[in-house]
Design a protein around this ligand. Structure first.
Ligand code: IMP
Ligand code: MG
Length: 194
């Protein structure tokens, strides 16, 4: 797909995503097979498609809640400052929770969110992320369950955006800039995207 100054190269097909979501759901079902209620917490906005597909594969008593943190704005670089924009509606103390994130990149977002959720004392907490970019990590944080480990590329699709665009792609693609990158003072794309 071609945009003004970038193209999206295919990376993970819709079929491969569906298969992986199904196998992740099997692991989650096993972990929480004895739960009275599992609260599935989606981190907005990037996880909305993942959480929608994941809960349909979970044959468990689930509730769904959402948490929104500040995002990258329109840049592809992390601000490293995490703020809660929208908190959970429900209580999680003594409850089983599943945290659903789209991508773990530098790790700052997940680190901050997990500290916050842990302070509310859930009974059990499992963290799953569709994508992980381990080479980008700046803080020591890990999801218990990862869909796909990917290299250091900026990705879009399946709920994930670049400047709010491309969330509706049914697959995951990598952004490749052509010409100048607007957020990097005219440094050409080849220097930014490996
Ligand atoms: P972190 O705090 O650097 O780990 O970044 C976490 C958040 O940044 C993720 O939840 C995404 O919303 C966003 N993000 C990280 N990498 C990408 C990417 O490649 N494309 C789009 N958003 C990303
Ligand atoms: Mg996110």
């Amino acid at each position: 797909m071609q945009h003004d100054n970038y193209v999206v190269d295919d990376m993970i097909s819709a079929k491969a995503i569906a298969a992986r979501v199904e196998s992740m759901a099997v692991e989650i079902r096993e972990t929480f097979s004895d739960t009275e209620k599992l609260i599935v917490i989606g981190l907005l906005r990037g996880s909305f498609m993942f959480i929608a597909d994941l809960v349909r594969e979970l044959d468990l008593p689930v509730e769904v809640d959402f948490l929104e943190t500040s995002s990258y704005g329109d840049s592809t670089e992390s601000s490293r400052e995490v703020r809660i924009l929208k908190d959970l509606r429900g209580e999680i103390e003594g409850k089983d929770i599943l945290v659903v994130e789209d991508i773990v990149d530098t790790g700052h977002t997940l680190h901050h969110v997990l500290r916050l959720l842990e302070s509310r004392k859930p009974a059990r907490m499992l963290v799953c992320a569709l994508l992980d970019k381990p080479s980008r990590r700046e803080v020591d944080v890990k999801a218990d369950l990862v869909g796909f480990e990917i290299e250091d590329k900026f990705v879009v699709g399946y709920g994930i955006d670049y400047a709010q665009r491309n969330r509706n792609l049914p697959y995951i693609g990598a952004v490749r800039f052509i010409g100048k990158h607007p957020a990097n003072n005219g440094i050409t794309a080849s220097k930014i995207v490996s």
